[in-house]
Ligand binder design. Structure first.
Ligand code: ADP
Ligand code: MG
Length: 272
């Protein structure tokens, strides 16, 4: 097994890509579970009205559950919305409920509408006796106010890219948005981590996309790629991550290796 050292500082990563279906949620829950299995304390904030991350972490998220919606709109503390995943005592989730679907519009008229999550998260992290090692924010596939809240609250952008045709399409828009957030809301934000997902080693296309992404982002792309694997896609229907559902499957092994890389690299250096 690998020796893992956590820095004692909390790293906050927003898992973003405005394309849907590229593996944001899958990567969020599996990397989070893998880091928890390595001994880290990890919080997942489900910021997608679909609530798929809450489902995969086995956390109840029916309409009456206190959720990230209440944090953003009703000034509820994260401490009052957080739940422990049944999978690991070090793995936590602030669930999303169906109410979040309306939050994009409700946020528009709120004071400090871009900073609601940042303020709530900062307050929560300061209140903890035992610090968290990682916070992952699972974003919806859009660049609306929910995603802007995630960008404002995070230190790092974690970008999953599906190894397929058009993978890089729309990426310049995302990078432009990150620049805008750096300038106006959150100067410390960095695109620190890129992960190639649903990689099919048998196709030339997967390799071509991987080469192209590595050429553009040599420092950010993880060495590990996530293979396409049925076990990965089955796990959520059992309310589990693949780390608990089938820990020796190719997908689980890849996510564990990616987690080791992410922890091992440490937080990006701050400029200046
Ligand atoms: P996003 O959050 O970006 O919309 P998801 O994580 O929900 O994307 O993934 C989209 C679909 O692809 C889901 O059905 C998921 O189960 C499936 N999927 C993701 N990663 C893999 C993988 N490595 N192997 C097989 N299926 C995958
Ligand atoms: Mg998703």
């Amino acid at each position: 097994d690998v020796e893992i050292e956590f820095s004692g500082k909390t790293r906050v990563l927003t898992v973003s890509n405005q394309k849907g279906g590229v593996g944001k949620t899958t990567s969020t829950v599996n990397i989070a579970a893998a880091i928890a299995a390595l001994g880290g304390r990890v919080l997942v904030i489900d910021l997608d009205p679909q609530g798929n991350a809450s489902t995969a972490l086995g956390v109840p998220h029916t309409a009456e559950v206190t959720s990230i919606y209440d944090v953003l709109i009703n000034d509820v503390a994260i401490a009052d919305a957080v739940q422990q995943s049944p999978e690991n005592e070090r793995l936590f989730c602030v669930p999303s409920t169906i109410h979040l679907a309306g939050a994009e519009i409700e946020l528009v008229s709120q004071v400090a509408r871009e900073k609601r999550l940042d303020t709530a998260l900062e307050e929560y992290l300061e209140s903890l006796d035992e610090p968290l090692d990682f916070v992952f924010i699972d974003c919806p596939p859009s660049l609306g106010l929910l995603t802007i809240n995630a960008f404002s609250a995070a230190h790092e952008v974690f970008l999953p890219i599906q190894a397929e045709y058009y993978a890089l399409e729309g990426l310049s828009q995302l990078l432009g948005n990150v620049k805008m957030i750096q300038k106006h809301l959150n100067p410390r934000l960095r695109v620190s981590t890129i992960l190639l997902t649903m990689f099919d080693a048998r196709t030339r296309l997967s390799h071509q996309v991987a080469d192209e992404v590595r050429e553009h982002f040599p420092k950010e792309v993880l060495k590990t790629v996530i293979p396409r694997s049925v076990r990965v896609s089955e796990a959520p229907s059992f309310g589990q991550t693949v780390i608990s559902y089938d820990e020796s499957s190719a997908g689980a092994i890849a996510y564990k290796e990616a987690a080791v890389e992410i922890v091992g690299r440490g937080a990006p250096r701050r400029k200046g």
